[in-house]
Design a protein around this ligand. Structure first.
Ligand code: BJW
Ligand code: ZN
Length: 246
């Protein structure tokens, strides 16, 4: 069956996205090598509570530079195709590992953020939300985090670091959708970070068709698993156009 028919005929479509979906908006993927001032750091080493405890200004500065990069970026055709799909299938659940807000800005009404958001920092000590200037001074390097008005603790980015639990409701809703869906699109993710990487697996085991869209081939181990190789911003609008011709 042509893949567009799986999308056209889906009653409940899950769209599961990773950093590759925002790459064409100019946002570096998590596992891309860092550039400029940050090139000597390993993202996996910065994305931990231990790193923040050791050097809060370094970690906060890195996240601020990324937040400002996202504020300047625009959603791309892949984000927009996903938002349009929600109006064309009976039920769509959008699950992202991304910490940007490009799905929301493309018009997706509900987004499950498994790994939190760059835009909602909170106190490292007491978890109170901390408001940020929408566009603070251009940051390019270490920067002292602002302080909590309640307890004077340091602000930390509202993301999920390695070793931290995912938001309980988000992962529960995501797993439930993966079990119930009849088709899952997995777009632009390396599929190495747990427990998010289990989501396509759960859908496959429940009998759904899984379509991977990635610049790299994804190994398919079952008849209901399919890999499309190429840029999400090109392949996804084309697939949606075939499924739902204008
Ligand atoms: C394109 C493209 C284009 C490019 N078009 N495609 C079981 C086994 C082994 C390890 C573990 C395990 N369980 C837990 C762990 C440990 C750990 C883990 O998974 N480690 C692995 C790396 C080995 N997991 C955790 O620690 C998790 N926590 C946890 O399990 O806690 C347990 C606990 C329970 C109760 C109490 C306490 C604790 C938390 C994981 C949080 C991950 N957070 C990060 C950082 C967020 C903040 C930040 O951004 O800095 O989330 S890690 C990072 O990876 C980020 C991403 O969301 C995530 C996934 O990355 P993604 O999106 O796949 O990006 P890339 O860069 O890897 O890939 C991009 C892809 O796009 C590539 O494939 C390209 O080819 C493709 N591409 N351009 C289409 N145009
Ligand atoms: Zn506090």
């Amino acid at each position: 069956m042509p893949l567009f028919e799986l999308i056209r005929d889906a009653k409940h479509l899950v769209v599961f996205t990773g950093a590759g979906v925002s790459a064409e908006s100019g946002i570096a993927t998590f596992r891309d090598a860092l550039t400029g001032l940050w090139e000597r750091y390993d993202p996996a080493q910065l994305a931990t509570a231990e790193a923040f405890r050791r050097d809060p200004a370094l970690v906060w500065g890195w996240y601020e530079s990324r937040r400002l990069q996202v504020l300047k970026a625009q959603p791309n055709p892949a984000h927009r195709a996903i938002a349009a799909l929600a109006r064309q299938v009976p039920e769509l659940t959008l699950i992202t590992q991304n910490v940007d807000d490009l799905h929301e800005r493309a018009g997706s009404p509900e987004v499950i953020h498994l790994h939190g958001s760059l835009h909602h920092p909170r106190c490292f000590a007491c978890n109170r939300p901390i408001a940020l200037e929408p566009t603070s001074v251009a940051v390019n390097g270490p920067q002292e985090p602002p302080r909590c008005q309640g307890c004077n603790g340091r602000a930390r980015p509202g993301v999920v670091w390695f070793g931290e639990a995912l938001p309980e409701r988000a992962i529960r809703t995501a797993m439930d959708a993966a079990k119930r869906c009849d088709c899952l699109l997995s777009i632009g993710t390396s599929g190495v970070v747990m427990p998010a990487a289990l989501i396509p697996q759960v859908a496959l085991e429940a009998g759904a068709n899984v379509i991977h869209i990635n610049m790299q081939p994804v190994e398919c181990r079952a008849d209901n698993e399919h890999s499309l190789i190429g840029a999400a911003g090109k392949l996804l609008p084309a697939l949606c156009q075939q499924a739902f011709p204008a």
